[in-house]
Design a protein around this ligand. Structure first.
Ligand code: NAG
Ligand code: NAG
Length: 415
């Protein structure tokens, strides 16, 4: 092993080797903080006490006219008295149980064809989130526009609602669809990650139906949306990794849209968690969005709805592809198979000195609308593993190597 005991100038560098790895980083970060503050964009932020950020995904509420709209696919014994209001009651139950930091409605929020007034249906569908003062985001599916509002009209209505973080579309660019936007989740207030987006959420409009005569079936995420996604991801990654405190890996990204990608067909029961009880109703062509996500490099998971009785997550090329399972009672389902919601819990890493840093892990589970609001299929979607420690060991290796080439072998620390 090499030593460091040489001239005065090198002594400081060698002494750094004695510091515990994490402390070393704390020192570097303390020096960096205060410089180059980015604009505060974060309405969303990780919690100080727990270092967590929790999302409840609500897929396919299919809300219509409330009390007068009957449930579909429930047991014969459950038919009487079952309406859209059961969907509302489930929202309250799951929000009370999970206390989320964000609710994401992933489309078919309303079932336009059975709604007398699309705006009123949407207001009623989302009401529990607003009532409970929860920040919420939404994308549209293929049924939201089948009533009194167009796709554009539905999205315009959503972005005008209370407490919403949804946006119509990015400004200044031509883009397909309505409701393509991203949200940044900042690190814990008062830490060195306080101004940084440590978790990125992307929302895309996956369309409704093909408008190309020679292609049948559902819509897809178009090239213009993928270009926007890639540019957004790359600029977020540059900010995260190049600005103080510099980071080695991009902040994790989570993507939300309605219609599954063809790649959701890549799994069998041997390599997913959850169930697959119907086919994958993706578009009949592959527009390449999965490849775009893999290439971007920051996406760890994508969350969809659309197929109500599929609720699995499977990992392909480093990305978890997840269904939520159907939430709404006026949506098709499977009698006796509980309506459900997916929960995502993102956990920050804590340094040895007690400071919250970047994301350490992403977990998920589902909540069933049964008697006990059962939690099932709890799993880790992504784990940074040793994160900070990996960084620090890399540093130690670097410093040791520097020392090796500059210092005489055999000196030791004592002089
Ligand atoms: C729907 O709500 C009613 C009224 O609270 C309740 O009695 C009934 O059990 C619910 N049905 C289902 C399927 O949860
Ligand atoms: C899942 O397992 C099936 C059958 O064992 C295999 O054909 C498929 O390639 C696997 N998919 C992934 C994404 O690993």
């Amino acid at each position: 092993m090499g030593g460091c005991g040489l001239g005065r100038g090198r002594r400081t560098a060698c002494l750094l080797l004695l510091l515990p790895p994490l402390l070393l980083f704390a020192v570097a970060d303390a020096a960096a903080s205060g410089k180059e503050k980015q604009g505060v964009s974060g309405k969303l932020r990780f919690r100080r006490e727990s270092g967590t950020f929790k999302v409840v995904q609500v897929a396919d509420m299919h809300y219509a006219d409330g009390r007068s709209t009957a449930c579909e696919d429930v047991l014969p014994s459950q038919v009487a008295g079952c309406t859209d209001l059961n969907t509302t009651a489930f929202l309250y139950r799951v929000f009370r149980a999970e206390d989320p930091d964000l609710v994401v409605f992933t489309g078919d929020n309303i079932y336009g064809a059975d709604s007398t007034d699309a705006a009123k249906s949407m207001d009623a569908a989302i009401a529990p989130a607003i009532d409970m003062k929860l920040p919420w985001a939404a994308v549209i599916g293929n049924h939201d526009q089948e009533g009194t509002l167009s796709r554009e009209g539905v999205m315009r209505h959503l972005v005008g609602m209370k407490n919403t973080l949804a946006s119509f579309n990015p400004e200044g660019i031509e883009i397909d669809g309505y409701g393509n936007y991203n949200l940044e989740v900042s690190g814990v207030e008062g830490t060195s990650m306080d101004e940084k987006s440590v978790l990125n959420l992307y929302f895309l409009d996956s369309g409704d139906y093909s408008t190309v005569p020679s292609i049948n079936g559902y819509g897809w995420i178009k090239a213009s949306q993928q270009v926007w996604f890639q540019q957004t991801s790359s600029s977020l990654q540059a900010k995260y990794m190049n600005k103080n405190p510099k980071q080695k890996e991009p902040a994790p990204g989570l993507v939300f849209f309605h219609i599954p990608l063809p790649e959701f067909s890549s799994f069998t029961a041997s390599n997913f968690t959850g169930v697959k009880q119907e086919g994958i109703s993706s578009a009949s062509i592959n527009s390449g969005f999965f490849a775009s996500m893999v290439e971007a490099g920051d996406v760890r998971a994508a969350f969809v709805g659309h197929d109500h009785i599929n609720d699995f997550c499977g990992k392909l090329s480093g990305i978890q592809l997840c269904y939520a399972g159907g939430f709404g009672y006026h949506a098709y389902g499977k009698a006796g198979w509980s309506r459900r919601a997916r929960v995502l819990s993102v956990q920050l890493e804590k340094t040895d000195s007690g400071e919250w840093r970047g994301v350490k892990s992403i977990k998920t589970w589902k909540r069933l609308d049964d008697k006990h609001l059962s939690t099932i299929d709890s799993e880790v979607l992504w784990n940074r593993g040793s994160n900070g420690k990996t960084l620090s060991y890399a540093w130690i290796r670097y410093l040791t190597q520097t020392c090796h080439s500059n210092c005489r072998v055999g000196g030791g620390f004592g002089e």
